[in-house]
Design a protein around this ligand. Sequence first.
Ligand code: NAD
Ligand code: PRE
Length: 305
Amino acid sequence: MAQVYERVALIGLGLIASSMFWAMKRSGLAGEITGYARSAETRDTAREIGLCDRVCDTMAEAVEGADLVVLCVPVGVMGAVAAELAPALKTGCTLTDVGSVKADVIAQVSPHLPEGVHFIPGHPLAGTEHSGPRSGFAELFDNRWCLLVPVEGTAPEAVAQLRSLWEGMGANVEEMDAEHHDLVLAVTSHTPHLIAYTMVGVADDLRRVTDSEVVKYSAAGFRDFTRIAASDPTMWRDVFLSNKDATLEILGRFTEELFALQRAIRRGDGDHLHAYFTRTRAIRRGIIEAGQDTAAPDFGRSAKK
Ligand SMILES: NC(=O)c1ccc[n+]([C@@H]2O[C@H](COP(=O)([O-])OP(=O)(O)OC[C@H]3O[C@@H](n4cnc5c(N)ncnc54)[C@H](O)[C@@H]3O)[C@@H](O)[C@H]2O)c1
Ligand SMILES: O=C(O)C(=O)C[C@]1(C(=O)O)C=C[C@@H](O)C=C1
């Protein structure tokens, strides 16, 4: 595949940045890829494992001369990071991010950007419960969605170039507006994570009553919850604070449905339960038929942590 950008800078060297690096290298999508991480330990690890062509000790050095700069940090610090690197951005470059929330990131980052920089927020719908520079892999984005959220007036050529990069990394690209993105993700990703965190917390409380039986007899459904609830605490704290309104809206609806199911159980209303589960089963089948069963490919990584 042809090169899409001559110079790319990755800011924050965790799961998503490292996966982008390996995916770009797999298909020769970038000439030189520089990287910056806040901690010296992460920079040392990156150098040790060959993550990035050049690992820089300052953000300005990493960004200097880059045609594409990708913010791969938790959503709560996007604004501060953008403010720090803005003076070093090359005129005409594209700045994007991979954050899980879009409206708040746009509000944080936009005020810091100089004229002549194309800001195109993005979000790959792909991840795992692992984090850090060693957790990335080239196949992470294969056949996954990447949502781009261009702000009004963005040059179409800049959007097309970023789209080519994501397609080259294996993703299917769609454009969406920020508010819609945040509501959809509150339903499909953010609230499910909160429910998983809660369920594992409840089981942990119960463990005190049942000794270690929760772990010993953990069934497949609960184990899936524990995988999700093992996700990075900083990332997810920021997601909920950042996507507050949409998450609260979906949680409100969730609570209403939960109460209705609770009442059906108390009243012995099997018809209600059966009809509800029949409806949800059809949704799962629809996802599989559409080829969107999003179980993350493991590639042996679960053994790594
Ligand atoms: N993990 C997922 O499943 C997933 C999927 C899609 C998008 N995202 C989004 O991608 C972004 C990165 O997530 P990740 O999973 O790669 O996280 P990660 O924890 O693996 O990596 C985050 C990196 O950001 C660095 N960082 C943290 N605070 C910083 C600061 N103030 N200044 C500079 N660097 C800082 C960390 O040191 C780390 O290197 C987040 O915004 C997240 O919402 C995550
Ligand atoms: O597979 C996982 O572990 C994920 O949680 C990935 C997942 C999600 O599907 O909810 C998590 C957050 C992102 O912003 C995008 C993807």
